[in-house]
Design a protein around this ligand. Structure first.
Ligand SMILES: Cc1cc2nc3c(=O)[nH]c(=O)nc-3n(C[C@H](O)[C@H](O)[C@H](O)COP(=O)(O)OP(=O)(O)OC[C@H]3O[C@@H](n4cnc5c(N)ncnc54)[C@H](O)[C@@H]3O)c2cc1C
Length: 451
């Protein structure tokens, strides 16, 4: 008799969920999501792994997935605590024979699976590959030979086909008889405030239905045909697909997105915009495989480069950057949008990341960790991979990206509309980045008339 525990992570959906299909072939099933207590505590880089905006989105995703499971007579058992000990306890209590989960590239996730297998050696562990477009065995190279630049990766993937979508399960096995009473998907004891979304912001509501509806809406419009022309805009719900948040929690799969692109191309024609959109999804794919390949280097100061960058940590500069108090109006506006909504355009992310690293000289990992806390669409491989890229320690043969803030402002916000929208005019901002020098002495400001 197969007694299964399906450890739900970034696969909060019923459709195209091969892990759930595998779980449906067992005799008894427990579907578990662990809200890890560490997510709400500050990490080494002064930020928390999970901030209020994403936590709100995640609660919606969990609630929606639980409702879907209930249609099959199942339930999502949500536990707040330490992930490893929770899983060990549940496996032991319910004499689990089969552990099923979606394979993810994170080093923490991999360590967890190794520790679980070491503690429970008789457990059959199934890691289903579905967070990526392709399975590892269908890559045209061994992982250790993954091209070290995206363009080479893209070329090598040109003729690789994507497998068909997994159908939704017909049936799910029953739960264990002795389960605790209905679990609370919004634990009231969590030390987290509700996130007050800015009225001007984007509109991400968590859950599979919301994600599918957005996918359908986007691809039933003509927007994908113009994607390339507008994707670099700083603002505008329609200027890019806005699929990232649902993709990051697996409310929709990357394969479903590519299917929609293909369908759109068949119906309305392929052009450079639809191709460009596919290539962005392929960027996401590349960062996942890069993370699998380089593991913990994803989070290290030196990244995958030969040399350490020349940056360091300055508390004041970092805080000013986080809280929109730099001398750069465009950067402040972007950081306001991020804090108030949990989203920032790709262009905005590039500008603020380059400012932190290249202008303020701050260690890139602090910025990546701040994004991790604040972004609704946070994805470990994509976020840390992009930060490395900009900091010049990642998969970039050109060695980093330096964006000139003034030029960016002239090109992408010539009338200052974006900046006006996201600037709090009542808030005075600093004209300098430092009020103390390296030995903590106050920096004396010299006024224009020399006094
Ligand atoms: C410093 C920095 C940090 C980032 N952190 C994240 C993150 O944590 N999570 C995340 O999903 N994206 C991240 N991105 C990538 C990108 O900014 C977002 O994916 C995009 O802005 C999301 O909006 P969209 O869905 O409308 O994107 P679209 O432009 O419509 O793109 C479609 C999809 O392609 C993928 N994609 C787009 N741009 C990139 C990119 N540069 N790298 C990899 N995949 C991409 C995403 O899955 C996106 O949903 C980051 C970019 C930078 C520069």
């Amino acid at each position: 008799m197969k007694r299964a525990l399906y450890f739900v992570k970034k696969d909060l959906r019923i459709n195209d969920n091969a892990a759930l299909n595998l779980a449906s072939q067992t005799d008894k099933l427990l579907c578990v999501y662990v809200v890890d207590e560490q997510w709400f505590k500050e990490s080494n880089f002064q930020s928390k792994p999970l901030g209020e905006a994403r936590w709100q989105f995640l609660q919606n995703c969990l609630s929606a997935f639980d409702q879907q499971l209930q249609k099959f007579g199942q339930q999502l058992y949500i536990v707040y605590g330490d992930t490893l000990s929770t899983l060990i306890q549940l496996c032991e209590k319910y004499q689990i024979t089969d552990f099923i989960t979606t394979r993810l590239p994170g080093t923490y996730e991999n360590k967890l699976i190794s520790q679980l297998s070491a503690k429970l050696p008789r457990l059959t562990v199934n890691q289903v590959e579905q967070f990526t477009l392709f399975a590892e065995k269908s890559l045209p190279f061994n992982l250790e030979n993954l091209p070290i630049s995206y363009s080479k990766f893209r070329k090598s993937m040109a003729n690789i086909t994507i497998s068909a979508l997994a159908p939704p399960p017909q049936y799910l096995p029953s739960m264990f008889d002795t389960l605790p009473a209905a679990t609370n998907f919004m634990p009231k004891w969590l030390p987290v405030k509700a996130f007050k979304k800015s009225k001007q912001g984007t509109n991400f509501n968590g859950g599979e239905q919301e994600g599918l509806q957005h996918l359908k809406q986007y691809f039933s419009s003509n927007l994908p045909s113009d994607y390339k022309q507008v994707r670099n805009s700083l603002d505008g719900w329609k200027n890019s697909s806005k699929l990232s948040a649902w993709l990051s929690y697996g409310c929709i799969s990357a394969r479903q997105v590519v299917n929609s692109i293909n369908h759109f191309e068949q119906q309305r024609g392929k052009n450079s915009s639809t191709e460009c959109l596919y290539l962005e999804i392929l960027w996401r794919e590349y960062f996942q495989w890069l993370h699998y390949k380089v593991g913990a280097k994803t989070y290290q100061f030196k990244g995958i480069a030969a040399q350490r960058p020349l940056t360091t940590f300055y508390t004041e500069r970092f805080n000013k950057w986080c809280f929109s108090d730099t001398p750069y109006r465009l950067v402040n506006a972007c950081m306001n949008e991020l804090r108030l909504t949990g989203y920032l355009s790709n262009r905005g992310r590039q500008i603020v990341a380059s400012c932190l690293v290249n202008v303020l000289g701050v260690d890139w990992r602090y910025g990546a960790a701040w994004f991790e806390e604040r972004l609704i669409d946070y994805d470990a491989a994509v976020n840390w991979g992009n930060w490395q890229y900009i900091a010049g320690v990642g998969a970039d043969p050109r060695g980093g990206r330096h964006f000139n803030i003034e030029k960016q402002s002239e090109t992408f916000d010539p009338e200052g509309v974006y900046q006006a929208k996201w600037t709090n005019e009542d808030q005075a901002t600093s004209q300098t980045v430092d009020t103390v020098d390296a030995s903590d002495w106050p920096v004396i400001q010299v006024s224009n008339n020399g006094s």
